[in-house]
Design a protein around this ligand. Structure first.
Ligand code: ATP
Ligand code: MG
Length: 673
């Protein structure tokens, strides 16, 4: 690792009391933490197990561990904790389970488990509108993040509505305990409550953990901060690093003010500021500084870099969202070919997960390998997997896995014993489960008439769809199949809310749209391309996706801005810089554009060398084309450092179109070769 600058070295070596490293993006804050862990172990003689370093994501934790392993003798890092707040909490919970009143074999409820539980409880209470379940889940989460117990929430509640919600909170907590389960927020909250009630246990943990380091401190919420304060006591073994301009988790209870709070709570706090950025070109840095200057500031931070002035930042406006994603895909291919770089040198960042859908499709179309982190990829969503299983069975009647996945989705009253028997017959006759369903003779001989009919009807139906697809419009046949399957109703019956069901159904429709587009595209090269060819194309994609998530092979990185915190890439694309996307509509309505500006700042500062910002002039919303306004943040970038494309005159438009066509044509040629 490179040499530390004097300020960084000061931060690494300062161990006389609590330390705050306050500095802008890319100035080496995370590097200070890794180096400091090494320093504590190698120079100060701390055993690995006496140190805990907390980072924001599992990915960041893994990276940090790897970096430490390069700096320190393997034997000495045994027991060193480098993890997220949730993992730290979970470790404590595991060891103290009995005192917490839990039994071994506890469960952790994720968001959707917790939501389902809440829904169940609220149905019992009867008088609360189901649409509010998610809102109530948020309120409970906020309470937990602020260490407010159900009893306290009840006593604070003013209106009758608030009282009701606080009462639900109380029921919910009791139910979790009855299920021997924790929700995510409990992982932080419960250890704090435990330490409050059991000073002896706290002493034990204090004796074990002697030095704490926290990365991305600005995004620590009340409960997390409390846990750290409790563990630390009045000792000095604390290093936190952060940047108030990168505080982007207000919705989880984090506030930029946290940083100011720290110096109030620790009057002896030593502060180190870093000013040299080692990540980005001066131009990228200047743009980031320009933008964030539009927010009010408690702390003044200057950032400079010696990475050269760099290329202009490009802002590309396309006619619509489709063209936007296509442009990003072709730009990546083009830049990669020209620079001879790797796909993994490119990252595309967006505000919300839904923005990735169209992009994924375009990347697939151009066969650009990609990997998504920090979100559920389109192809691993349940409803997409279900639909794919239908499609698989449609083109491959011997696909038993696909058959088993959907034979009872939606419910068709075909029970496990029927399926077991069916499997027996299939083995005997050496044919697939699906084909066995078409064997009327075998069915009648082995099943009661009702069960035989259900199996046969299913076979008859799918075979009919296949015939319609072969003889007529395959896409229309697929759409009809989805209609006839009654999948939409089934989603509504099983989703936590009508909203969720509609979103899922939207994904199913979007998959069919992808089928249609892929078919059109395949037919350009091969007029005989049929449904089977398209589905196999999509399936191949799906299988690639299932490869190890941590696979660090050569792929474009797709992630939300939130998930990109702390990371860096040579070439960065930022999608959808439009009003109501970034800044997000809800933030505009709530008057919280400052947080959105910080998000934009985080996004820009991920880039090392090249930054391209894109936006669409039109976007489809609820089936209608809407005109989009460029994001106000674009006006807050230094004009002289920006190349704007697609904003101007008709000639520019024509030129762009022509250039786009040429690029596309040459890329297609390249692909064919
Ligand atoms: P962020 O605010 O985005 O989390 P950060 O402040 O944590 O950024 P790092 O990720 O630690 O910054 O460092 C940014 C880049 O600068 C990394 O590639 C790191 O290796 C490099 N770097 C840090 N310190 C130095 C140094 N003294 N000399 C050379 N490179 C450095
Ligand atoms: Mg960092």
């Amino acid at each position: 690792m490179s040499k530390l600058n004097p300020r960084q070295a000061e931060a690494v070596k300062y161990i006389d009391g609590p330390l705050l490293v306050l500095a802008g993006a890319g100035s080496g804050k995370t590097s200070v933490i890794t180096r400091k862990i090494a320093y504590l172990i190698e120079e100060c003689g701390y055993p690995g197990q006496a140190i805990a370093a907390v980072t924001f994501t599992n990915k960041a934790a893994r990276e940090m561990k790897e970096r430490v392993a390069q700096l320190v003798d393997k034997k000495k890092i045994r027991g060193l904790m480098v993890c997220t707040f949730h993992t730290l909490g979970l470790t404590i919970i595991r060891r103290e389970l009995r005192t917490l009143g839990y039994r071994p074999g506890f469960s952790i409820f994720d968001q959707s488990d917790a939501l389902a539980l809440l829904k169940e409880l609220m149905m019992k209470d009867g008088d609360i509108d189901m649409d509010h379940v998610e809102m109530i889940q948020n309120m409970i989460s906020n309470w937990k993040n602020e260490l407010i117990s159900p009893e306290k929430a009840l006593s604070m509640a003013g209106s009758q509505g608030e009282q009701q919600i606080a009462a639900i909170y109380q029921h919910y907590n009791r139910a979790l305990k009855a299920y021997n389960a924790f929700d995510f927020d409990d992982l932080i909250l419960q250890p704090s409550l435990l330490f409050d009630e059991h000073p002896d246990i706290l002493q034990r943990w204090r004796a074990k953990l002697r030095y704490l380091l926290i990365d991305e401190y600005q995004d620590t919420n009340g409960a997390q901060y409390q846990l750290i304060q409790t563990l630390l006591g009045n000792r000095g073994g604390l290093t936190v690093v952060g940047d108030d301009d990168q505080s982007i988790y207000a919705w989880r209870g984090a506030r930029p003010e946290n940083i100011a709070q720290l110096s109030k709570d620790y009057p002896g706090l030593h502060v180190v500021k870093l000013e040299q950025n080692y990540r980005s070109t001066s131009r990228i840095l200047k743009a980031a500084n320009h933008l964030i200057d539009h927010n009010p500031h408690d702390f003044n931070k200057k950032l400079w870099s010696e990475m050269g002035y760099g290329d202009p930042i490009r802002v590309i406006r396309t006619a619509n969202e489709d063209a936007e994603c296509e442009r990003v895909a072709t730009e990546i291919m083009d830049q990669r070919l020209r620079t001879g770089g790797r796909y993994s040198d490119f990252a595309v960042l967006y505000r919300g997960n839904h923005q990735s859908r169209l992009l994924e499709m375009k990347l697939q179309q151009f066969q650009v390998p990609y990997i998504m982190s920090g979100g559920t990829s389109f192809f691993s969503r349940q409803e997409v997997k279900d639909s794919l299983a239908y499609l698989r069975l449609l083109v491959n009647p011997t696909d038993d896995n696909a058959f088993l996945r959907i034979i009872n989705v939606p419910r068709r009253k075909i029970g496990p014993s029927t399926l077991e028997k069916l499997a027996g017959i299939a083995v005997q006759r050496e044919q697939s489960l699906f084909n066995t369903c078409g064997d009327a003779h075998a069915l009648n001989a082995n099943f009661p008439p009702e069960a035989a009919k259900r199996l046969f009807d299913f076979h008859d139906w799918i075979s009919g769809v296949r015939q319609r697809a072969d003889e007529g419009d395959p896409i229309a046949a697929v759409r009809a199949m989805i209609d006839e399957s009654d999948y939409e109703n089934w989603l509504h019956q099983n989703a936590s809310s009508p909203n969720v069901a509609e979103k899922r159904m939207g994904n199913v429709h979007s998959l069919v749209d992808q089928l249609k587009q892929t078919l059109g595209w395949l037919q350009e090269d091969d007029p005989d391309a049929d449904l089977e060819a398209v589905i196999n194309r999509l399936l191949l994609r799906d299988m690639l996706e299932q490869q190890e998530e941590e696979d660090d092979s050569d792929r474009v990185q797709l992630l939300t801005i939130h998930a990109s915190k702390g990371l860096e890439y040579p070439n960065v694309f930022l999608l959808g810089w439009e009003e109501e996307i970034l800044p997000h509509r809800s933030s505009i309505e709530e008057g919280n554009v400052e947080e959105e500006r910080r998000l934009a700042y985080v996004a820009i500062t991920r880039a090392k060398r090249n930054l391209t910002i894109t936006l669409a002039a039109k976007r489809k919303q609820f089936g209608e084309w809407q005109t989009c306004q460029p994001s106000r943040f674009l006006d807050e970038l230094p004009e002289e450092d920006i190349d704007k494309l697609g904003f101007g005159t008709d000639t520019e438009k024509a030129q762009n179109k022509e250039r786009g066509r040429e690029t596309l044509a040459s890329l297609r040629d390249l692909l064919k070769k």
